[in-house]
Design a binder for this molecule. Structure first.
Ligand code: FES
Ligand code: FES
Length: 218
């Protein structure tokens, strides 16, 4: 299947991918951009290990096509350094094997930004989207409680405000990015089996987004 270019913003930087129609955002982030913080768990929309934030909403990146991310603002756990959520997870030791941690961190950060000072019910509702196979839920909830309190005190963002950079004009940087994307596609993506056409995946993605909007974005 032919690859085509996808331009998007990742952690405040303009990035470019070469993706087939059926490539997921998770595959593209990991295989082409080297952002391996989002984890492949179930790859079926159930566990949340692959969660990233797209335009402010937590999204399961295994259920979103790379092409659906065109023109969107994507944040991954690599962009959360120094946030209240990250500090709270460290302070509360809210991980065991850590496989679920980046997904929980993304949900926690999105919650802090959408609902600083969120009450217990809202927090539990948001966390319901993610699974910890080590069952370390008490520590995770404690950490997220701390994070939303810190967010209410204006401390959700990393030191310095964490404002994402303005988009740079496409230029030499774009050419370099395209070269990296092409290289990543050759090395990482070429051997994967082709997937079935996308419509089912797109419908599922919309369902996840709608669910996220219902549970979190309201
Ligand atoms: S990998 Fe489990 S929801 Fe995406
Ligand atoms: S800490 Fe192991 S899956 Fe959550």
């Amino acid at each position: 299947m032919k690859r085509s270019e996808v331009a998007l913003e990742v952690n405040g930087e303009p990035r470019w991918l070469l993706a087939r129609g059926a490539d997921t955002l998770l595959e593209a982030l990991r295989g082409q951009l080297g952002l391996t913080g989002a984890k492949p768990g179930c790859e079926n929309g159930d566990c949340g290990a692959c969660t990233v934030i797209v335009d402010g909403t937590p999204v399961k990146s295994c259920m979103m096509l790379a092409h659906e991310a065109a023109g969107r603002r994507v944040r991954t756990v690599e962009g959360l350094a120094g946030t209240a959520a990250q500090r709270a997870f460290v302070a509360r030791f809210a991980f065991q094997c850590g496989y679920c941690t980046s997904g929980f961190l993304m949900v926690a950060q999105a919650l802090c930004e959408a609902h600083p000072g969120a009450d217990e019910d809202r927090m539990l509702e948001w966390l319901r989207s993610n699974i910890c196979r080590c069952t370390g839920y008490e520590e995770i909830r404690s950490a997220v409680r701390d994070a939303v309190r810190a967010a209410a005190a204006g401390e959700a963002a990393p030191p310095g405000g964490g404002r994402e950079r303005e988009r740079e004009p496409v230029g030499a940087d774009a050419d370099a990015q395209r070269a990296v994307a092409a290289d990543g596609a050759r090395r990482g993506g070429g051997e994967r089996p082709e997937r079935e056409p996308a419509p089912a995946g797109q419908a599922a993605t919309r369902a996840v987004a709608a669910d996220g909007a219902r549970s979190g974005g309201a």
